[in-house]
Design a binder for this molecule. Sequence first.
Ligand code: EPU
Length: 432
Amino acid sequence: MDKLLVTGPRRLEGTIRASGSKNASLGVLAATLLVEGVSTVRNVPHTIDVVTMIDIIRSLGVPVEFDDDGTVTVDAREIQSYCPPYHMVRRLRGSFHLAGPLLARLGRVDIGLPGGCTIGPRPVDFHQNGFRDLGADVRQAHGMMLARAKRLKGTRIYLDPRFASVGTTLNLLMAASLAQGTTILENASRDPDVVETAYLMLAAGAQIDGLGTSTMVIDGVDRLTGPIEYRVGGDRIEAGTYLVGAAVTQGDVTVTDIEPGRLERVIERFLDAGLDVHVGVDRIRVIAHRRPKAIDLVTAPYPGFPTDLQPPFAAMASIADGKSVFEEAIFDGRLSYMDELRRMNAEIKRVRNIAVIQGVKQLSSAPVRAPDLRAGAALILAALNAEGTTEITGVESVDRGYERLDEKLTSLGADVRRVPVLHSLAAAELGA
Ligand code: EPU
């Protein structure tokens, strides 16, 4: 286990390339199990969640290679097991994406139920109801979902419009692709991660209409076949995080290898904050000539403001000029990390899912703990602004989703050091 020592204030300046999207990769990797053949997926980020997902797929008897350059090769001509091991499944929510492909391809899946996590409860009732709509027998026993279906049957499925669940849409899209007949998914997620996963499936012969809209029509086919190739697009959440880095350090940061159209609501909030934003074909540049202005935001399913960027933007609001109001409308527990920001002198009042953030001129370093991935990113951003050295533990949560984080921040001019926690504890015990 490592901790990060971030010494501020430092101005971020320069250009970095976005890694491939972590969440799109998780969907795409799950979808390779639908393909009777070899799938080659490029631009997959080396993050802990992706590595765990690959290990789970290997544990099903499916050979997978993951090269240093981000190329993953999955040979799913045969799948030996329908039971992803729980000790691996529980490490990431995205492992539940495997349920749809295994059910569709093998007619059965036994998979551990994800519990709650620091961002709130993570139920799978929408997934289970959807599988039932497709004709599966779905039961819960011993902390597992057990689903069976000789062959799934296409039908019309209504998802909850308030959430347009990303994971449910992915699972039902993948399951329906091999079902008998046509499935119409209403209130489907329009999220780019769903669109990317569907692109891989289209390459293998899936019949999908209405991609990127809230009504998807899937004509089931008998088989999806390889070989196929797919390149994952840039990570919009990672990009947004580094762009906030410009805002909190009065810096000038450009992120390349992204589709700016996927960050429209985010760009709007940067403009609300009075920052200079330059948008190119595959890049966004944010320049902060002065302290950002306070902004209000409400998270919403795509194309709304992404819940995954709410914590990084809270770091920006903490040092903004004025009072910002944030509403987290997707995950119930996703404001609790703000208590850690308060330890750095952020002035935040929080009632349930609403936070009022009174910006201060500068934050102050403090020992803090990253409770989850995006909250960890927020603490790192806050530390870039803060006077002194901030010690951030729990960095393994951040490594779940950000590839080469310290290297990228350092290349932009940040003072970031990674230190193994055990060593530093030992040093403290020796009075060092
Ligand atoms: N929900 C239910 N029942 C379900 C499924 C979802 O009530 O069966 C609720 C959730 O509790 C939540 C809402 O629906 O309140 C939306 O959840 P969604 O299913 O869209 O989220 P997810 O698929 O579990 C993915 C990302 C999250 C991201 C959300 C929203 C992956 C692996 N995870 O989660 O990413 O925040 O979509 O965009 O793709 C992250 O990367 O840090 C992260 C948490």
